[in-house]
Design a protein around this ligand. Structure first.
Ligand SMILES: *Cc1c(COP(=O)(O)O)cnc(C)c1O
Length: 414
């Protein structure tokens, strides 16, 4: 008999069971002796630069790094984050009131709703979207209003598609551009329109900019805070996980509206005592090194090369995919096959693991709008990605793919 005595009701609203299911498929395939190429995980596969590993070692050896840190972040880290934002985006953030250190942006995204809303409030979230947005809302007893990200609007939020009533009701709206799982791109005019609408309805815009440094073809994602007066109505999450391969160190920061930043700081002061000082100092070194380097971020160049190699290999197999202009994710439409096979995203994901030994994430793991798509993470070395493309090609041909080459157009910035 199952018991619910020590398991809260709210856990039912958290997490997507699909990720666990994909994990079981992978285990099943491996147990059957299949070599699984795992393009399902959303974690960088490379270590941080040697400079950063050395810095972390040096910091860890210091005797003065082991006290409780402060929850807000130490002065030097917040100042460095402020300097980096000025360097990278040309924006001025007051380290004391407009910045807050986080144990990864996940920490902030999980707790934001608890800090700035009341139970019963409503929030606008992307569908498909990164799962913590909905989980954070659920923890706070806040009701999500999902807005769709669809191909016909270049996978960007359709601001006119959100009703007047929804705008009026929402306490905040999360946007994630370039995003996970959909790496749509937008430039400042889009964010200007977004902020104008947000101002009209007094909705806080929460921008998740986790992929600011992982962009391609010379394009650099802007910060929403570049828009004059944005701090009146917006906050932005920054992460060192993807930009500097520091995912395991758990460090990021929030920037922008001082009331929201202060509320999250006050909440977190009751929950954690901050990021390990050695990690904060390593993050300082990462941001400093980035400012001293040229303009092309190294993770951008690396993932661009992988994207091109993988897409070219898939094209040779007869499958043309839309190239993302940022992030480590390809958001790909499930091909329609001549054999008449029509898969749901879960079916094709399972069959790809079992028959081709390639793991991807079914699109509906990110919301119902994700049905019909899969997310492929290019988190393997190029040779392994080429091998994955060959296996996918063979798998699709077995099920009736002839050729799709040239059917889709490249996305463009808005
Ligand atoms: C990886 C990721 C995060 C979380 O990053 P951390 O800073 O490591 O917590 C946040 N948002 C998106 C969209 C991500 O993909």
């Amino acid at each position: 008999m199952s018991t619910t005595r020590w398991r809260s009701e709210r856990l039912k609203h958290l997490g997507s069971a699909i990720f666990a299911e994909v994990g079981r498929w992978k285990a099943e395939a491996r147990a059957a002796g299949i070599d699984v190429i795992d393009l399902g995980i959303g974690s960088p596969d490379l270590p941080p630069a040697e400079l950063l590993r050395e810095e972390l070692s040096r910091q860890a050896l210091r005797v003065d790094r082991y006290g409780y840190p402060t929850s807000r972040g130490n002065t030097a880290f917040l100042q460095q984050a402020s300097d980096w934002l000025a360097h990278r985006f040309g924006i001025a953030m007051d380290p004391e009131h407009e910045l807050l250190a986080l144990m990864g942006s996940q920490d902030g995204l999980a707790h934001l709703a608890l800090a700035i809303t009341n139970p019963g409030d409503k929030v606008l979230l992307p569908d498909p979207g990164y799962p913590i947005y909905a989980a954070g809302a659920a923890l706070a007893g806040v009701e999500p209003i999902y807005y769709p990200l669809r191909e016909q609007t270049d996978f960007l939020p359709d601001l006119d598609g959100i009703t007047e009533e929804q705008w009026r009701e929402a306490a905040y709206m999360i946007v994630n551009i370039p995003g996970n799982p959909v790496s749509a791109v937008a430039d400042l005019p889009f964010f200007e329109r977004l902020l104008a609408t947000a101002r009209k309805y007094n909705v806080l815009i929460v921008h998740d900019l986790a992929y600011s440094e992982m962009a391609f073809d010379g394009w650099q994602p802007p910060s929403i805070l570049q828009i004059t007066g944005a701090s009146d109505i917006a906050v932005e999450f920054h992460s060192l996980s993807k930009s500097f391969n520091l995912a395991g160190c758990r460090i990021g920061f929030l920037a922008g509206n001082r009331e929201a930043v202060g509320a999250l700081a006050d909440l977190k002061a009751n929950i954690d005592y901050g990021v390990f000082e050695a990690v904060q100092h390593t993050a300082i070194a990462a941001l400093k090194a980035d400012m001293e380097r040229g303009s092309q971020p190294p993770v951008g160049a690396l993932y661009q090369a992988r994207r091109d190699r993988f897409a070219a290999a898939l094209r040779e197999e007869g499958w043309e995919i839309t190239l993302p202009r940022a992030t480590m994710f390809l958001w790909v439409k499930i091909p329609v096959l001549d054999g008449g096979t029509r898969w749901t995203s879960r079916q094709i994901s399972r069959e790809m693991i079992m028959q081709a030994g390639v793991a991807v994430i079914p699109g509906d793991a990110f919301g119902k709008e994700g049905e019909g798509y899969v997310r492929i993470a290019i988190v393997e070395q190029e040779e392994r990605l080429v091998e994955a493309a060959r296996r996918i090609g063979r798998f699709l041909r077995t099920h009736g793919l002839t050729s799709q080459v040239g059917q889709e157009e490249a996305p463009h910035a808005n």
